[in-house]
Design a protein around this ligand. Structure first.
Ligand SMILES: *[C@@H]1O[C@H](CO)[C@@H](O)[C@H](O)[C@H]1NC(C)=O
Length: 436
């Protein structure tokens, strides 16, 4: 695998196998034709012609031979000789070409899988349009739904999802109070397509008692012991495994933590053009959407400025993910790494999404979109900027995610007071950051 993508196959223009096969067939046909020419002019083989090698014969000729009959025959021999030289030169060229073709064919065979995968994913070849009119596709096709993955979940989703999409949150008893604020506000903005994945019995009952759509994991499934007893990171790994089933069943999921207050219907504010559309931990245009961060190394003199690409991480607690192959690959890669490494799921999620392929590493090729950071607002943006800005504080976000503050429940309630009940002072008691 390593290096194949940079290999000569791609540089040679990505010709198909059948192209090389036809080139080789043509070369063989020319070879056979040359064989026929030889058979015609040299029935006894090229080396049976009497006389010294060509170079000497030419010298003999220029010295002059008197007999007319011998002159005639020597002229004919000369003609044949020069023809032989031309043909053997041509033959050498053809041999070289065949050798090159065989080499390319071998490389094409080696790269066959890669090339075929490429053809499958790129579809029909097309000509590029005029300047300024070409646009690459970021909308990957969705997978064929496979109900056999989880029939019970498939039945639930048939009832709950709208337009094959829904909000999904994982919850255990530790987050019960936040979950209540979470679903109360979802109901208030009129969203029907949401589902709680209950990680314990208590939460399942709590949801049922409140008419909240709930899905209990099969207690026999081994991953579920993690959900009941596991720490934060273990639950995070579980999240990506559970999500996979939703995507395999053909649904787009708006994955949501429970420390989120819904103020508008999020489905009216999605683009749905990327594999992953995520809220950001960034707090302004640059940090949210990416910028060129220039590092100054005066010791480098003329080249003292090193340009770097920076973007604040995507928030792995609120993202919309379409059921595509790159999306499922992302979930697998993240879950796989979380099971092997003791890592923070959000860091892993971002590394898998953003790091490019390089030697020894195939990067993920998923389409990404950053959500508007004023509409899908993190609590740093709200408490550091928006609440102090006369204009910004008038705009109602779609959601507020209390991700930057440990006192989640009181801040969630304050967000509801401020945006829903119109209490202008509701956000004032809280410091910008946490106190410690
Ligand atoms: C941020 O970007 C938006 C849209 O691209 C623009 O309208 C706005 O002026 C920018 N804000 C700042 C502070 O540059």
């Amino acid at each position: 695998m390593i290096g194949r993508r940079d290999g000569p196959l791609m540089r040679s223009g990505g010709y198909s196998l059948s192209f090389w096969k036809s080139r080789i067939a043509a070369a063989i046909a020319v070879g056979v034709a040359i064989g026929c020419v030889f058979a015609f002019f040299f029935p006894d083989g090229p080396f049976s012609v009497a006389g010294p090698p060509l170079q000497n014969r030419r010298l003999v000729n220029t010295q002059g031979e008197s007999s007319s009959s011998s002159c005639e025959s020597s002229e004919r021999v000369n003609m044949l000789k020069s023809e032989y030289v031309a043909v053997s030169q041509k033959n050498a060229e053809l041999k070289k070409e065949v050798r090159e073709l065989m080499e390319k064919f071998k490389l094409a065979e080696q790269g066959k899988d890669q090339a075929q995968k490429q053809v499958l994913s790129l579809g029909q070849q097309q000509k590029a349009g005029p300047f300024g009119t070409v646009k690459g596709s970021r909308i990957n096709p969705t997978v064929v739904p496979d109900d056999s993955v989880n029939l019970r979940l498939a039945k639930i989703l048939e009832k709950v999802a709208v337009n094959r999409e829904l909000i999904v949150a994982l919850a255990n008893s530790n987050v019960k109070e936040m979950l209540e604020v979470w679903f109360t506000n979802i109901k208030r903005v009129g969203v029907l397509n949401y589902l709680v994945v209950a990680l314990d019995e208590d939460i399942a009952k709590f949801c049922e008692a409140n008419s909240v759509p709930v899905y209990k994991r099969d207690p026999d499934k081994d991953v579920d012991s993690v959900g009941r007893t596991g720490g934060n990171h273990a639950v995070s790994g579980l999240k990506f495994r559970i999500l996979r089933e939703f995507l395999q069943l053909g649904y787009s999921v708006l994955l949501s933590d429970v420390d989120i207050v819904y103020l508008q219907n999020p489905f009216n504010h999605l683009y749905r053009d990327s594999d992953v559309e995520s809220m950001t931990d960034g707090h302004d245009n640059r940090t949210a959407y990416g910028f060129n961060d220039v590092l100054d190394e005066p010791g480098m003199g003329w080249a003292r400025y090193a340009h770097t690409m920076r973007i604040w991480v995507y928030n792995s607690g609120f993202f919309y993910i379409r059921p595509t192959i790159p999306s499922i690959e992302l979930l697998d890669r993240v879950a796989g790494r979380l099971s092997r490494e003791n890592a923070w799921d959000q860091a892993v999620f971002n590394e898998e999404l953003f790091f490019p392929s390089h030697s020894g590493y195939d990067g993920l090729h998923a389409a990404r979109r950053t959500m508007d950071f004023y509409l899908f607002m993190n609590s740093k943006v709200l408490f550091k900027t928006v609440r102090k800005d006369a204009a910004l504080s008038k705009i109602k976000p779609v959601i507020v995610h209390v991700n930057y503050h440990p006192d989640k429940l009181p801040r969630m309630k304050a967000v509801v007071e401020y945006y829903v009940n119109g209490k202008e002072d509701a956000l004032k008691p809280f410091p910008d950051g946490s106190d410690w």
